[in-house]
Design a protein around this ligand. Structure first.
Ligand code: SER
Length: 584
């Protein structure tokens, strides 16, 4: 049975049992900044699980696109996926354990034709928060699950909650026996030797957890989730999801294109490509924070593995085309968004390619040092430097380390990464409070010089130049901006001259308050983020520069001194840094 047939059978079955089929929500959660991606079918339904009335009634069913990213670095083995589809059915205060279990049993044995001997189930064993779920066990027995195939486990295995707080409850899980021999006398569904594979999870959501503990919800809900890729693999008797029709075309194509034969790399490429395409199709774009950063990591890790197999990166567009063909029946949006997907992935590839070779050389150098010290772990500082300077996601460095039988200090990297993000957040809050903590004549002049520099860079290098950081002391200014390559001597000279010309012209500096929208319309440059309040200040320097900024600034450019660029260097991937002084 193909994946799409399983999906259709599922939705039809639940429709016949009084459920309304609702559409899959976007992978990018609406109105929920607390999570990066939709990770389960219940996520878009939380308000209704809590008691709000759903317009489509009390029985719902859907297929939901999900992304879970905790295990990105596990992808490459025979089972982990970052993108997967979850089939689900819900009772919002309608049926409960008995009917839910009866329907699941019927669907598995009758619709999918799974022999009952192959099925085992687990139920909640009970603790101080919630009693033992004897009712579920009885329902399973009544439905037809064989004696000796019903197990009881504690919260670790049979309790479901998304994160730390929210609606939750005991669950009952269904397992498929792959027929592998038991790994020992204690082999049970909870064992991860591979004999038993979890196929479906029915959560009996009647509790709510917050920091004070558990309370009862207004209504008793059922929330179920069945992983489509896994079910497809099992029903087709395949060993991995990569052997099913969802991945086979691209896996075969990679085999044809590769010059090295590494199955893990083929899996990583095909999995990360599918996941990236789905995220982009739902509006995600690569960046250095939050979900954009997850997407960046997926694309960059994929690129590195294409290099490893010596597959020409120009093949990317063809691989995307092939995946659209493979998946468009299931996800028609992919075809609609094909061109966007291609351009986003290719742009990200172009960015990464610029630093990839340098970064790999840097890694080799650092690795040698570590080896000479007789150690096998790459310092978190080095992992961070590779991230910060060469745009290497930690997974890429981890892959590199593993290929050389080494490990990386991920804990240290995480600390540095957090501190770095914190710092840039603090930096921007400070900036938007209205500027410089320490304001005196010198820093104020540097502040105005920064605006002149920003505009001069745009004039000389092009409109792609965007400020990505700024720091001012009494001695100098430092300015980070997006630009793909080193500036030439001539360009530096031109920028310097242009700034000095404006200083000599003794231009007036004026300030106006207006709405953010009007500021944008007026052509003012600035960091266009949602961090601005309703009203913003726009500083205008003669006819040369207009920029959103908190100030303060000099009133005339005339006596700022002579502007001199002292240094032009790389700050991080695709970002240059200028240090400059004003000489009086
Ligand atoms: N919410 C449960 C899960 O994700 C059942 O859908 O497993």
């Amino acid at each position: 049975m193909k994946a799409i047939e399983i999906r259709n059978k599922y939705l039809n079955f639940f429709k016949e049992h009084g459920h309304t089929v609702i559409p899959s929500a976007s992978l990018i959660p609406e109105n929920d900044p607390s999570v990066l991606f939709t990770t389960a079918g219940m996520q878009p339904l939380v308000p209704y699980l809590l008691g709000e009335k759903h317009p489509d009634g009390k029985r719902l069913t859907d297929y939901q696109k999900c992304v879970r990213t905790n295990d990105i670095d596990e992808v490459g083995d025979n089972r982990h996926l970052t993108f997967f589809e979850m089939l689900g059915n819900w009772s919002l205060g309608d049926y409960f354990k008995e009917e839910s279990i009866q329907m699941s049993f019927e669907f598995l044995t009758k619709e999918l034709g799974i022999p009952v001997e192959k099925l085992s189930v687990t139920c909640f064993a009970g603790d101080e928060d919630c009693p033992r779920d004897v009712l579920s066990a009885e329902c399973w027995k009544k439905a037809g699950i064989l004696d000796g195939h019903i197990y009881f486990y504690g919260k670790d295995d049979n309790w479901w909650i998304a994160g730390e707080e929210g609606p939750c409850g005991p669950d009952t899980e269904m397992f498929y026996d792959t027929g592998k021999p038991a790994c020992g006398p204690d082999c049970q569904p909870s064992c991860d030797c591979g004999k038993y594979v979890e196929i479906w999870n029915n959560v009996f959501m009647e509790y709510f957890k917050d920091k004070n503990g558990y309370s009862k919800l207004k209504q008793k809900n059922v929330d179920t989730g069945l992983g489509l890729e896994r079910m497809t693999m099992l029903l087709q008797g395949k060993k991995t999801p990569f052997d099913t029709e969802l991945f086979a075309p691209i896996m075969n194509k990679l085999e044809e294109l590769q010059k090295e034969d590494i199955i893990e790399s083929r899996r990583i490429i095909s999995e990360h490509l599918r996941s990236s395409m789905m995220i982009i199709s739902d509006g995600g774009r690569p960046s250095n924070i939050d979900r954009g950063y997850v997407l960046r990591r997926l694309i960059r890790r994929m690129i590195r593995h294409m290099n490893k197999l010596q597959i020409d990166l120009n093949e990317l567009s063809n691989l995307i085309e092939l995946n659209v063909e493979t998946l468009k029946e299931m996800y028609p949006d992919l075809e609609k968004n094909k061109e966007t997907i291609k351009s986003v992935i290719n742009e990200e590839k172009d960015k990464f390619v610029k630093t990839l070779a340098h970064g790999e050389r840097e890694f080799q150098k650092e690795m040698k040092k570590v080896q000479e010290q007789g150690k096998t772990e790459i310092d978190g500082q080095v992992v961070f430097k590779l991230y910060d300077t060469y745009g290497f996601p930690p997974e890429v460095t981890k892959d590199l380390a593993q290929e050389n039988n080494m490990t990386i200090d991920m804990k240290k990297f995480d600390e540095l990464f957090k501190a770095h993000q914190e710092k840039s957040r603090m930096g921007s809050t400070q900036k938007f409070k209205g500027g410089l903590a320490d304001q005196n004549e010198k820093t104020i002049a540097y502040h105005t010089a920064t605006h002149l520099l920003h505009q001069a860079l745009k004039t000389v290098l092009g409109d792609h130049v965007k400020q990505s950081g700024s720091n001012i002391t009494e001695e100098r200014l430092r300015f980070d901006f997006t630009h793909p390559q080193k500036m030439t001597k001539e360009e530096i000279q031109e920028v310097e001259d242009l700034v000095n010309e404006q200083i000599k012209r003794d231009l007036p500096v004026t300030c106006e308050e207006m709405s953010y929208e009007d500021a944008k319309k007026s052509g003012a440059i600035g960091l266009f983020t949602d961090k601005y309040g309703d009203k913003v200040k726009v500083y205008t320097i003669g006819d040369f520069s207009k920029e959103i900024c908190g100030g303060p600034h000099v009133t005339h450019t005339g006596d700022m001194g002579t502007f001199k660029i002292k240094k032009e260097e790389s700050s991080s991937s695709g970002v240059r840094r200028i240090k400059a002084v004003l000489i009086k």
